[in-house]
Design a protein around this ligand. Structure first.
Ligand SMILES: C[C@](O)(CO)[C@H](O)COP(=O)(O)OP(=O)(O)OC[C@H]1O[C@@H](n2ccc(N)nc2=O)[C@H](O)[C@@H]1O
Ligand SMILES: Nc1ncnc2c1ncn2[C@@H]1O[C@H](COP(=O)(O)OP(=O)(O)OP(=O)(O)O)[C@@H](O)[C@H]1O
Length: 320
């Protein structure tokens, strides 16, 4: 009898920025308590999973050479975590990543791929597992993985894995400046600890005003409130980011912030038209590798129709 091979499954997954990121002290488990407002952006990765005799990971697109394809790829860790959860040993799966999210850019690209892989495998393996059960598996893979499952705008606490949705009435328009190289997340947290031991870098206040600004939907109000405790550490490790942040505001953005652990800078613009103008001017300013426009909030990891494993990666929008 012929075995029936299920068709490949593709999932699109958003990147994130942190509109507000307050970092507490170092915990005994090596993590820091956080309070953060996550915001999912339309800059996405696509993940296809397919049954295959030769299991493994393939990576195409943004930063493909910097992404491991072995057991430490976060997408492969998701395959193993879900397989263990449902008692499948030796999962025969091929995972194809089409990356649009910058690698080690502070936009949770690897976490996004892990979240997308979990969702895609529920389709491939026909599993009846809801988002909340997937989120528990996701949190074991990384602090940012659960948010990529839900998307939207959410308040994150704990390591960032405990989530509550936040009402956001408006589509906000962003310009993203990718840096030449990535930054290691643990290194940026360690640099913040060092800066705090040496002095008193500024700390962001409460997240409450950011939540109010999101409910009002006014980008000008939100722009005044963007804040990230990791920004001082990212700038300390990559001083050129100061120039990038200034250049975005000089180009007409309402405000700029380092995204998460950096080095990507996110600039909030008044509307879609302004974002295109800011992107064009920033691309010409010579302060970053590549510029993209994006909007948020957008939903979390979602199935995409029309499977084709050989589909090329979409071209970038604006180049520096
Ligand atoms: C900077 C953020 O992107 C903000 O959303 C996240 O906190 C980072 O999340 P992530 O990349 O999923 O991080 P994980 O893979 O969980 O952790 C990587 C490393 O970052 C540091 N880390 C991460 C999260 C956290 N709350 N405290 C930390 O100190 C730890 O050294 C940890 O070993
Ligand atoms: N699927 C993946 N995509 C990108 N990087 C991956 C992946 N799997 C493992 N990695 C490794 O993880 C490192 C961090 O990648 P990632 O792109 O998730 O960083 P990040 O966006 O700064 O993360 P975060 O914002 O969650 O801190 C990379 O340098 C790479 O070596």
């Amino acid at each position: 009898m012929l075995a029936v091979v299920p068709p490949p499954v593709t999932v699109r997954v958003p990147s994130k920025i942190n509109l507000h990121l307050s970092v507490g002290d170092l915990r005994s488990d090596g993590y820091h308590d956080l309070t953060t407002v996550f915001h999912a952006l339309s800059l996405t990765d696509e993940v296809t999973v397919a049954a295959a005799e030769e299991p493994g990971v393939e990576v195409y697109g943004e930063g493909e050479d910097a992404v491991p394809t072995g057991a430490n790829n976060l997408a492969w860790r998701a395959v193993q975590a879900l397989a263990a959860h449902v008692g499948k040993d030796d999962p025969k799966v091929r995972v194809v990543l089409r990356k649009g999210i910058p690698v080690a850019g502070g936009m949770a690209g690897g976490s996004a791929d892990a979240a997308a892989t979990l969702v895609a495998l529920t389709g491939l393996w026909k599993l009846d597992i809801g988002r909340d059960e997937l989120a528990e598996i996701a949190a074991k893979i990384g602090s940012d993985v659960p948010f990529a499952l839900y998307g939207g705008t959410a308040l994150g606490t704990g390591r960032g894995e405990q989530l509550v949705p936040v009402l956001s009435r408006h589509t906000f328009h962003w310009v993203l400046a990718f840096d030449q190289r990535g930054l290691s997340t643990p290194r940026v947290f360690t640099e913040l600890d060092r800066l705090r031991e040496a002095g008193n870098p500024p700390r962001v206040g409460s997240h409450a005003p950011v939540v109010e600004a999101l409910a009002s939907g006014d980008p000008r109000q939100l722009a005044l409130l963007l804040g990230n405790d990791l920004q001082a550490a990212a700038v300390s490790l990559r001083p050129g980011l100061r120039r990038t942040l200034r250049a975005g505001v000089n180009a007409g953005a309402l405000a700029g912030t380092v995204s998460g652990s950096g080095p990507t800078c996110a600039f909030l613009c008044v509307d879609a038209e302004s974002a295109l103008e800011v992107a064009a001017e920033l691309a010409g300013a010579g302060v970053c590798r590549t510029v993209r426009v994006a909007h948020g909030p957008v939903p979390g990891a979602r199935f995409v129709g029309g499977e084709d494993l050989n589909r090329p990666t979409p071209p970038p929008q604006v180049h520096a």
